[in-house]
Ligand binder design. Structure first.
Ligand code: ARG
Length: 460
């Protein structure tokens, strides 16, 4: 049994079961490089505040650098008996340099160390996430460009509604992801607040230069209240909320990919690489990659709720409950990053089945709205035009006709205002020409947005 750094006032040793129950090193070892980085800065500040001598500071610096190398090389042994990453590194330092190691803890607390480490860790993760989002956005723009000009039925209520360019439909996801990038950038303002100098919760009593430490570590601000700095976990919840909505969007795209790949739709072909077969039905090719992304969205949303429930009604400042913030945070990050990568691979390789998509365009009276709009140009109020068109559709359905197959004589039975020019309205060409409006699915508009997106991606 090892001696705990906090055991001075204890007569009994820790119960073995409780020791295992309370450890966090199995998951917070992910924070090791940030723990070392922050400790180096803090040691320097202690030297500048004359708490450590130059010689002591150098010894600490050398010891921490060695530990960092050992961790990188996989030589470092993390021990549950030292609870967490903070004490594991402190004890390793003690073994290397003796008593001076214990001077490093002067004026500081694990309560501030843990929030500092997590904030630093997330600063790097946010950079990675931005890259992951960008890769998916690039894949989407690439697909939109590759299949520019392919017309598919657009859906509402999963029913055929109006025609749309495939590029326009898929670029909707580009716009969603772009907002997530902006969200992450805005979030960074609240993430980059440095807690060092908060100590247990009341503030550091050794007059260290907080601003200087913060700057050195890449923070943009220092916290203005030490109780807040120790207690707040909003910065985790906010990030996992962003991850949650990223996953919601990925789950919607997954769902569309799954539907489009069915025999019933046949819009797309998912490459074999991203599908699996059935152990009994030899003919099966299942879209498991997309299904797994859809399923994993549930776990990230669960992580968000787990974090919110953890914080609900928790008194300030530090409570050990807060240790439980890390597993859902790490899980949410890992799941979202791997899902983004999976989706990027999937989108890059999706193949559109243009012939099959074309067959679907004949179903569902996609140009019915055009007929109603035509009637409007003849002076019929839209509501009435809508009703009239509905009756024409009913007639067409009953007689197994497409709209453009209805004769002028038949049209006239519904309204004498209908003339020969109605047939010009009942073409896809006309439909798309009438949608050249910012944000619409007109050919030129969509082309322009794809070009804009490409230059946006270079700047983002
Ligand atoms: N392992 C702890 C956590 O993750 C570090 C902070 C411990 N602080 C304390 N007062 N016991 O929250």
């Amino acid at each position: 049994m090892v001696k705990k750094p906090w055991a001075g006032r204890f007569k009994e040793e820790i119960h073995k079961f409780f020791e295992d129950f309370s450890e966090s090193i199995s998951f917070d070892q992910r924070l090791s490089s940030y723990e070392i980085k922050a400790s180096l800065s803090y040691a320097k500040a202690l030297k500048e505040a004359k708490v450590l001598t130059e010689k002591e500071y150098k010894l600490i610096k050398k010891g921490l650098s060695e530990i960092e190398k050992e961790i990188k090389n996989g030589k470092f042994i993390f021990r549950k008996e030292y609870e967490d990453i903070h004490m594991n590194i402190e004890e390793a330092l003690y073994k290397k340099i003796g008593d001076v190691a214990y001077k490093l803890h002067t004026g500081r607390s694990r309560n501030e160390q843990v929030v500092t480490d997590v904030r630093l860790y997330l600063m790097d993760k946010v950079e990675e996430l931005k890259k992951d989002l960008k890769s998916l956005m690039e894949a989407i723009v690439f697909k939109a460009e590759r299949y520019y000009g392919v017309i598919m039925p657009g859906f509402t209520h999963l029913q055929h509604a109006q025609p749309v360019l495939f590029s326009h439909w898929i670029m909707a996801y580009y716009e969603m992801l772009k907002l997530h990038l902006e969200r992450l950038k805005d979030y960074e303002k609240r993430l980059k607040i440095c807690p060092i100098g908060s100590s247990a919760f009341a503030g550091n009593p050794f007059n260290i230069d907080r601003e200087k430490i913060a700057k050195e570590l890449g923070f943009t601000n220092v916290s203005k209240n030490s109780v807040f700095a120790i207690s707040s976990r909003d910065f985790l919840i906010e990030l996992v909320f962003i991850l949650g909505i990223i996953m919601l969007d990925l789950s919607r795209l997954s769902e569309e990919i799954i539907i489009w790949a069915t025999q019933e739709f046949g819009f797309i072909e998912i490459p074999d690489q991203f599908c699996t077969g059935s152990s009994i039905m030899p003919q099966k090719k299942n879209p498991d990659s997309a299904e797994l992304i859809r399923g994993k969205a549930a776990s990230v949303i669960g992580n968000l709720f787990q974090l919110m429930i953890l914080i609900k009604a928790l008194p300030l400042s530090y409570n050990r409950d807060l240790q439980e913030d890390k597993p859902p945070l790490f899980q949410a990050l890992e799941t979202t990053q791997s899902s983004l990568k999976m989706m990027t691979l999937l989108v890059k390789d999706l193949k559109l089945n243009e012939e099959k998509i074309k067959l679907h365009l004949d179903k569902g009276y996609l140009l019915a709205t055009e007929l109603a709009d035509y009637l409007v140009t003849k002076g019929i109020p839209f509501r009435k035009a809508h009703h009239l068109t509905g009756q024409i559709i009913l007639y067409a359905e009953k007689n197994g006709k497409k709209l453009e197959e209805i004769t002028l004589k038949e049209f006239k039975d519904f309204s004498s205002l209908i003339e020969k020019d109605v047939y010009e309205w009942l073409t896809l060409e006309n439909f798309f020409k009438r949608r050249e409006i910012i944000g619409g699915t007109g050919y030129l508009t969509v082309k322009k947005r794809i070009e804009e997106a490409k230059s946006e991606l270079e700047r983002l």
